[in-house]
Ligand binder design. Structure first.
Ligand code: ACO
Length: 399
């Protein structure tokens, strides 16, 4: 039978590595992770320094172009991106076709896919000018798409993006603003979002980024490749975990469960329940992003005056799990998603929208990785092999 599980088996010239636990798919100069030491660096810069000092715009530039921008470069980049934020008017109609209850990730992925149809003049994977135009449009239009996915779920009118606001501010206005009045930006919320986006901006060959690269390896255009990444991110084992964590915390509160009995349920494999927001394929000691986010969660929940019941449950779960043999043996720690949902909720977003927020943060990483791959001499189409375990040859039963 097929009991190989996580073992690596070599049959002939083929290596079987389910889940790619030990297989590198590319070389890259973008992001470095040391999972044992909890190190994450973008282009050599430690995540802690970027989270404290850099803006999301600078980080997007750094990931995509390889170096931090000068002031002039940053201002030109921001002007170009915000100048591209408006969608083709017909695209606005696209959102009206979806039922109100559609998941924002389905709508966002469809919107990104549709960008290829609306931008047919720059779908080349080799022409640098076209790649640059597509990069700017994707960065500009993605937040507009995400905000419209949200607005259409509420049945509220769409606003047009504005050029004289920052990237994050513009997105918040498109999501929360109304045509009836001027949007008042909460600077603290905008800053917190900026930091969250910095922390999410790239994470080397995770599931969605590998998807973007695999689709791109067939020379599919950047919009098609990124739409595939959005879909991969939607899964609860990946970016969808931020929504799943908040729902888990809500269930614990609503069913009056205590954190200890919930953790016991998780340890019972028969229950099929996982502690969402815990565990990571690469981080086996701590997730450096989660450490930074936990601090912010405390600050933001206090400043927004939100009910802290869910934060208290999250902290209890973390403390119990970190002191429990089951989690210690398996090196399971809180990941980036454990506390983000609490922050997004405090900012007024519904849980179904959380993963779209993750996608917004991850966009520069997807773009940078797609571009790096396309610029690589001798790149190859991605085409894994398999180990066949089905029937051997047999004859069709002729009657
Ligand atoms: N709760 C309970 N047990 C867990 C959890 C968890 N969250 N995560 C892993 N385990 C257990 C597994 O059951 C397994 O136990 P076993 O050795 O007895 O079979 C062991 O820990 C190792 O876990 P794997 O599933 O083999 O680890 P893998 O690297 O394949 O999976 C993953 C990593 C998908 C993140 C997993 O830890 C998980 O499902 N976590 C919950 C979902 C989540 O938070 N995802 C977000 C990840 S971060 C991101 O994508 C942004």
């Amino acid at each position: 039978g097929y009991g190989i599980g996580k073992l690596m088996a070599t049959t002939g010239n083929t290596t079987l590595d389910p889940g790619y636990t030990n297989t590198a798919s590319c070389v890259s100069k973008i992001t470095f992770i040391d999972g044992d030491k909890g190190i994450l660096r973008y282009r050599g810069y430690p995540i802690e320094q970027l989270a404290e000092h850099a803006t999301f715009g600078e980080v997007a530039y750094l990931l995509i172009y390889g170096e931090l921008p000068t002031e002039q470069e940053m201002s030109t980049f921001q002007d170009k991106v915000l100048g591209a934020a408006m969608l083709d008017e017909r695209m606005r109609d696209l959102f009206r076709c979806f039922p109100r209850k559609s998941h924002p990730m389905s709508v966002l992925a469809s919107g990104v896919n549709a960008l290829a149809a609306f931008n047919s003049g720059h779908l080349s994977v080799t022409d640098e000018e076209q790649i640059e135009t597509a990069t700017i449009r994707l960065l500009g239009q993605f937040p507009t798409l995400a905000a419209y996915a949200y607005k259409s779920s509420l049945g509220e009118p769409f606003l047009y993006p504005k050029k004289n606001m920052g990237y994050v501010a513009n997105f918040l206005r498109l999501s929360f603003g109304s045509p009836l009045e001027e949007y008042e930006l909460d600077e603290a919320v905008a800053r917190a979002f900026d930091t969250l986006f910095v922390l999410h901006a790239d994470h080397e060959q995770n599931c969605s980024t590998s998807t973007v690269r695999l689709v791109g390896s067939a020379e599919a255009n950047i919009y098609a490749s990124v739409a595939a990444g959005v879909n991969a991110l939607s899964g609860p084992l990946h970016g969808g975990a931020n929504q799943a964590v908040l729902e888990m915390l809500g269930q614990i509160r609503d069913q009056g469960l205590d954190a200890k009995s919930f953790v016991s349920k998780v340890k019972d494999k028969e229950s099929g329940v996982k502690l969402m927001g815990f565990g990571h394929r690469v981080y086996k000691n701590f997730d450096p992003r989660a450490v930074i986010i936990k601090k912010h969660a405390d600050e933001i929940l206090t400043s927004t005056g939100k009910d802290n019941a869910l934060l208290e449950i999250a902290k209890d779960l973390e403390e119990i799990a970190l002191n429990d043999e089951y989690f210690k043996e398996r090196k399971l720690y809180p990941n980036v998603d454990f506390y983000t949902g609490l922050i997004y909720e405090a900012m007024g977003f519904p849980s179904s929208y959380f993963t779209a927020l993750f996608a917004l943060g991850r966009l520069p990483g997807w773009i940078a990785q797609w571009r790096e791959q396309m610029a690589e001499p001798g790149r190859k189409i991605g085409r894994p092999r398999q180990v066949y375990i089905g029937e051997t040859e047999r004859d069709y039963p002729v009657k």
